[in-house]
Ligand binder design. Structure first.
Ligand code: PLP
Ligand code: MN
Length: 351
């Protein structure tokens, strides 16, 4: 096993094999990813989708999304905006988050990228002016207790933004509290209620854009002009359990079995909670029970009397929550079967 990962195969290098990767390693099934991207593009084509890059933090994957026509992106951090712009993907970047010091964003605008920021208070819109950002969306609270102004304050904020010389492109409102409502009919009704708040605010604000939604409401949000879905490409376990969310879990964490306890019937792999986002629970391993994760280990056993793995075997855990999982890794390997076909740095991680 090489101690250093092979260089990116984008440049035409030796593709390599899955069993040669150092572990733990983030591995993406290219076929499943391609199917996810195509399914989403079929329903939310081109600029109707503004993919959220926080899900994968990988400009190589964002480039694939752009090649499908999704050339506007959603970002959560200044660093995501900076890396996307530097990667030549800065045609229309929305920072869907509040920032109080926008000087780094002003520099990105100065360098030629288009940057729009969410604002939910006078202080944030003044930060946009001071930092050299010229375009904003009024961020409206549609029921998730997080950022966003009260819907009835949106018109006043838009007036204040225009008076300060900013271009107001419209509104955004993220219905994150509804993504995992199990019944699609109930989810659709509740989404419509949340989006009625956004529409009401939009009537006071004006502009062309109503931005919002995510993977969980990709079929139930009929209001937004652009959907901010991100997880659909790699997919969480909770989303995969929803009947109307057809995307496949294309992301796994490759690990090596480093110890086997035959008398007690368990095996130990070399990927632990530092390799998985754990807030949605343990990773899963098809055909196995995952007992627990510690810092650098995951303990698991076969189900239904199947044999224990052997020392040195490779296993591919399915992380429950992809965003924090990706953020823990430096690179993402693309595989087709046992062939490694590409390697993308997770270049938007960090702040
Ligand atoms: N928009 C915003 C502002 C978000 O914070 C998120 C995720 O948390 C999303 C959109 C969509 O994400 P997902 O596709 O993972 O549901
Ligand atoms: Mn998430």
């Amino acid at each position: 096993m090489p101690s250093v990962p092979r260089a990116s195969t984008s440049s035409g290098g030796d593709p390599g094999r899955l069993d040669e990767l150092p572990t733990p390693a983030l591995v993406v099934d290219k076929g499943a990813l391609d199917r996810n991207l195509a399914t989403m593009a079929g329903v939310w084509p081109g600029r109707r989708l503004r993919p959220h890059v926080k899900a994968h933090k990988t400009s190589g994957l964002a480039r694939r999304q752009a090649e499908l026509g999704h050339t506007g992106f959603t970002c959560a951090t200044i660093r995501e905006v900076e890396v996307m712009a530097a990667a030549g993907l800065g045609e229309d970047l929305l920072l869907a988050n509040e920032v109080l010091d926008m000087r780094r964003l002003g520099a990105v605008v100065e360098a030629g990228a288009r940057v729009t920021v969410a604002v939910d208070s006078d202080a944030v819109l003044q930060a946009a002016v001071a930092g050299g950002v010229r375009e904003v969306l009024i961020d409206v609270n549609v029921g998730l207790p997080r950022c966003g102004c009260d819907p009835q304050d949106a018109g006043r904020l838009a007036d204040a933004a225009r008076a300060a010389g900013l271009e107001v492109r419209g509104v955004m409102g993220y219905e994150g509290h509804l993504m995992l409502v199990a019944d699609p009919v109930e989810r659709a009704e509740k989404t419509a209620g949340a989006m009625a708040l956004l529409q009401k605010a939009h009537a006071d604000v004006g502009g062309d854009i109503l931005s919002g939604g995510g993977t969980g409401t990709w079929r139930t949000n009929a209001v937004v002009t652009e959907l901010q879905a991100g997880s659909y490409a790699l997919m969480d376990t909770a989303y995969a359990a929803q009947d109307d969310v057809p995307f496949e879990q294309s992301l796994t964490v490759l690990a090596t079995v480093i110890s086997v306890n035959a008398s007690q019937g368990y095996a130990v792999a070399d990927a632990g909670l530092k390799a998985f986002g754990m807030d949605h629970g343990n990773p899963t391993l098809p055909g196995h029970a995952v007992w627990y994760c510690s810092d650098e280990h995951t303990i698991f056993s076969p189900k239904d009397g199947a044999p224990l793995p052997a020392l040195g075997d490779r296993v591919r855990f399915v992380p429950a929550h992809i965003d924090p999982t990706c953020a823990l890794h430096e690179r993402m390997w693309m595989v087709e079967g046992d062939d490694v076909v590409d390697c993308w740095p997770v270049d938007m991680r960090g702040w």
